[in-house]
Write a protein that binds this ligand. Structure first.
Ligand code: SF4
Length: 194
């Protein structure tokens, strides 16, 4: 593992910057290829993730892994993490204060891994990456150019699993478009897809 990522993981293990440290069994720092061109960011660890210390291993993670496979991506080629590294009690959404407290870890991971494409799964991930509130139902499918990194805003897989239908079709298209964007030489301004 890249030395800087090991250092970051050790900091997270000891971190008490927000109240979520009280509820974690294991912090979930991230997992995957440390030189990945695609990085996926979710909201927060759930019950299974907290138990195993790994991201996206519950039902939503299996669903996401299957969608990635459907569009020709093996999850081991990607790097997966969350906006907060410790599990919120009763799977509630992280608060803005908790997201802000954990954000430096996420930004450091992005700086170390230098992905070509960042996929923000849900509004918490989008907030932590962009540093602004995102109304995900309005902005899902938007591909941004953030200092040369392509950032796709889309739904969280748990939400898509729940509602399926058009959300699922759009989610697959957002994921496909994000993955293909790593081959785009230039991305001008904002583009909305599906
Ligand atoms: S969620 Fe992030 S900021 Fe809060 S205690 Fe865990 S590692 Fe620290």
């Amino acid at each position: 593992m890249i030395a800087e990522l090991i250092k970051l993981a050790r900091e997270v293990e000891k971190c008490k910057k927000c109240p979520l440290h009280k509820y974690r069994t294991k912090p979930v720092v991230g997992e995957g290829d440390e030189q990945a061109s695609i990085m996926l960011i979710g909201e927060a660890p759930g019950k299974n993730e907290d138990k195993e210390g790994r991201p996206f291993v519950g039902a939503a993670g299996i669903y996401l892994t299957n969608i990635l496979r459907e569009i020709g991506v093996d999850r081991v080629e990607t790097y997966m993490t969350n906006a907060v590294k410790c599990r919120p009690p009763n799977n509630r959404k992280p608060t803005k204060k908790e997201l802000d407290a954990c954000r430096p870890y996420l930004l450091k991971q992005i700086e170390i891994i230098k992905p070509k494409v960042l996929i923000c799964l849900g509004k918490c991930a989008a907030y932590s990456v962009l540093g602004r509130e995102v109304e995900i139902k309005k902005e899902a499918g938007t591909l941004l150019n953030c200092n040369g990194t392509h950032v796709m805003l889309t739904y969280h897989p748990a939400f898509v699993m729940r509602f399926r239908g058009e959300y699922e079709n759009n989610f697959i298209e957002h994921m496909r478009h994000a993955v293909l964007s790593k081959y785009f030489k230039k991305l001008d301004g904002m583009k909305k897809h599906a």
